[in-house]
Design a protein around this ligand. Structure first.
Ligand SMILES: [Ca+2]
Length: 454
């Protein structure tokens, strides 16, 4: 059966049943911050950065303290959100990134056009969550950082989304919207140039998207680029509005910048929540707020070791908040282990859509956990970033890098300070063998993606 056939047969039945129901199916809003560390917001323990709207979201919903991403940096982590699959299974297991740009290499339109950022993208055979929800009758939109490939065939309108406004590569200047000099903002399939701070433009477009949903259930994927560093050659150019910088002028410059980006993002989240309420859809909308990887720069990763790009918890564990009035109890804290791989099956369940046939999903439906009816069933997770490897099983965490391998007991040592590999060689060996088995499964999976040798 082709994927198209699957979408027709699998999704048609539940869609018909749900559409005939009296009540409108629930909406889903997935807000993803960029490089926001575990303690980058007030409700996760930040004392310096003001995030009253996100804190209120947590107070009105459930906050997860042990929630992880599938990769410690942007592209592969986002590929898992979009496909519900490990990066090693969907084939997008490293960055789509021209490394030269960080070294002041100035691309022209012509040289950029044949560079990896332009030519690599997520395998077009992958079924995105947008595709599944659109087929189920949802209006689907992406506003912000796509990061799944910039050539037209990889852009959201070709990947199951009705609406797209944002940039497709991995970082931009907040005001020029250029990536190291290359204009990078899109509306639909066309590149555009306009004035404004990226956070304001994404907010404007998000409000516009919400207003035009006209009674249809919607899925809004809203990956803001804040508080990711600006991808610009001009490091002294302002990247935030004076009113936000003014709030944090007492802090060191790099901390003030991250704080200003985060509070601006928080204001945008507040405006989106207000619009959902004004639409009368507050009780019919699951809102999730999370990040794509741990913090970097002045990394607000709280008690966690390490940062973005690393296999320690500081790279992998991120804030996660879910709010759905009437379905998720207010002000709850869930300490169960879960991951962004859970989003895909959870959204399918909410929409009444079946799982893509023949597509192995790596997560599970989180709704019973969100509703307080069950504990998370996730016990294991595995990671690989180039030569760096990690495994999680229950409280145990195994990390192997070029500096050696370690075993940590996260239940007693959240900061991964005490290597127990010598004290507990049996568990150390077990964890490595679990990772090896997972790697074998990934190697045996149907070859997909730009980095797979097929
Ligand atoms: Ca990121």
């Amino acid at each position: 059966m082709t994927r198209r056939d699957w979408l027709k047969t699998t999704l048609a039945a539940p869609f018909a049943a749900a559409a005939s129901a009296q009540t409108r199916r629930p909406n889903i809003v997935l807000i993803v911050a960029d490089d926001l560390g575990y303690a980058g917001i007030g409700c996760f323990g930040n004392q310096q950065i003001k995030t009253p709207n996100i804190d209120r979201l947590a107070a009105e919903g459930m906050r997860f303290t042990d929630f992880v991403v599938s990769w410690p940096a942007c592209t592969p982590s986002r590929s898992s959100i979009l496909t519900g699959r490990y990066p090693q299974r969907n084939g997008l297991y490293d960055m789509i990134r021209n490394n030269e740009v960080n070294w002041k290499y100035q691309y022209t339109e012509e040289t950029y056009a044949v560079s990896p950022e332009m030519t690599i993208g997520m395998d077009t055979r992958e079924v995105t969550i947008g595709q599944a929800l659109k087929q189920a009758g949802y209006t689907t939109g992406v506003i912000g950082k796509w990061d799944g490939g910039r050539a037209k065939r990889f852009l959201p309108l070709q990947r199951g989304f009705d609406f797209y406004y944002g940039f497709a590569n991995t970082g931009i200047d907040y005001y020029t919207h250029e990536r190291y000099g290359v204009p990078s903002m899109f509306r639909g399939n066309e590149r555009i140039k306009e004035n404004g701070h990226a956070t304001d433009l994404f907010l404007r477009e998000a409000l516009g998207f919400l207003k035009q949903t006209r009674g249809k259930p919607f899925f809004l994927y809203l990956p803001f680029n804040a508080p990711h560093g600006a991808s610009t050659f001009h490091k002294d150019d302002p990247q935030e509005e004076p009113k936000y910088m003014e709030m944090y002028k007492h802090l060191p410059k790099n901390i003030a910048q991250t704080a200003a980006w985060t509070t601006h993002l928080d204001d945008a989240v507040g405006a989106i929540l207000a619009e959902i309420k004004a639409m009368g859809q507050e009780d019919n909308t699951l809102v999730i707020f999370t990040s794509d990887n741990g913090g970097t720069g002045p990394a607000f990763n709280g008690p966690l070791r390490g940062r973005k790009a690393q296999m320690f918890e500081g790279g992998l564990r991120i804030p996660m908040i879910a709010r759905w009035p009437g379905r998720i109890a207010k002000g709850t804290v869930n300490r169960g282990f879960a991951s962004t791989l859970e989003f895909f099956p959870t959204f399918l369940a909410i929409a009444g859509a079946g799982a893509p046939r023949g597509v192995k999903l790596d997560g599970f439906n989180l709704m019973p956990v969100l509703e307080g009816k069950a504990q998370s069933t996730r016990t294991e997770f595995f990671w690989q970033r180039q030569a760096d490897k990690a495994a999680r099983s229950g409280q145990w965490k195994w990390v192997e890098t070029s500096e050696g391998a370690s075993l940590f007991d996260l239940s007693a040592d959240l900061g991964e300070k005490h290597d127990l590999s010598k004290e507990n060689p049996a568990m150390f060996a077990t964890m490595k063998s679990k990772w090896d088995a997972w790697r074998k499964e990934m190697d045996a999976a149907e070859p997909r993606g730009p980095f797979r040798n097929y």
